[in-house]
Design a protein around this ligand. Structure first.
Ligand code: AMP
Length: 295
């Protein structure tokens, strides 16, 4: 694996890579979710580039930028063992040099869900992703369904700004008890880690009600709330049943595809998770076909 830090070195190394190039952007603190993105990128491309950059502009002033988990040497080992061709590890000042002043705002789809609780988050995400697309010029970029709204925001940006690439979405990788893998799970103390399976249990409860014929979005939200409320360590931020293409909250029954999503604080961790309905959409490629797609 070739590891580059400087933008000029990146440009040179990128142009030496043969064929179709897949990009997997990450913030490091790698886990099996990240590895699954790399695997899918390798299966579909000739070369794979990953990035490790904890992007300061997507963190709010009260958020966890300064204690975000990091272990660069173990991350590089993981990417080397996975057979990644090139890893870009820029420092903050090469990405945002003094005097930096250009940001990307994706309007409507950034407003709800995460956007309502994390002001400026998607402005930071869209900006760094656009910069990585310009620097790396991949043929296809891979993102996790775990961050479903991020996929919708990036897809909108790619359409609006005519980026010449495809977006692929990989299924959420989970721990045996259903907890979605996340770098932030490292913040959980043992009792909190056990409690954290409540997110997946809440999504599952709504999904089984749906499979049993429940199509009323208000009822589905209530089912998720009830499961979450039974867990005393969980503090709910939002519970949503939205149109998977537009992320507009569903009011009437029976529209699909739908996205169940939630954000919950447990101890120091803020955890998110989601599930698509019908459930078959959570399998390989399903999210790619619906999240953020224009109808
Ligand atoms: P992060 O390092 O948290 O910014 O994540 C980098 C990429 O990995 C994003 O596209 C995430 O959606 C994706 N990702 C994070 N956790 C998971 C997971 N449990 N399963 C699949 N993809 C994930």
């Amino acid at each position: 694996v070739q590891v580059v830090e400087a933008i000029e070195a990146l440009r040179i190394a990128r142009h030496q890579l043969p064929g179709r190039v897949g990009l997997v952007p990450t913030m490091g603190a790698l886990h099996a979710g990240h590895r699954s993105l790399v695997k899918q990128a390798q299966a579909e491309n000739d070369s794979v580039i990953t990035t490790i950059f904890v992007n300061p502009t997507q963190f709010g002033p009260e958020e966890d930028l300064s204690n975000y988990p990091h272990d660069l040497s173990s991350d590089l080992d993981i990417f080397r063992d996975a057979g990644v061709d090139l890893v870009f590890v820029p420092d903050r000042f090469s990405i945002y040099p003094p005097g930096y002043q250009t940001y990307i705002e994706v309007e409507d789809v950034s407003q709800g869900l995460e956007g309502a609780y994390r002001e400026g988050h998607f402005r930071g995400v869209a900006t760094i992703v656009a910069k990585l697309f310009n620097l790396i010029q991949p043929d296809v970029a891979y993102f996790g369904q775990k961050d479903a709204q991020q996929v919708v925001v990036i897809r909108q940006m790619v359409r609006d700004l005519n980026f010449p690439l495809d977006i692929a979405v990989c299924p959420t990788v989970r721990e045996p008890d259903g907890l979605a893998m996340s770098s932030r799970n490292a913040y959980l103390k043992p009792a909190e880690r056990i409690a954290a399976s409540v997110l997946h249990r809440a999504l599952n409860a709504a999904a089984s009600a749906y499979e049993g014929g429940q199509r009323n979005p208000k009822m589905l939200r209530e089912i998720m709330h009830d499961v979450l409320q039974a867990e005393s360590l969980a503090r709910v931020e939002y519970v949503s049943v939205a149109d998977a293409k537009t992320l507009r909250e569903l009011e009437a029954s029976s529209e699909e595809p739908a996205l169940l999503s939630l954000a919950v604080r447990i101890g120091e961790a803020r955890l998110i998770d989601n599930m698509l309905l019908p459930l078959s959409l959570n399998e390989l490629g399903g999210a790619t076909t619906v999240l953020g797609q224009v109808s």
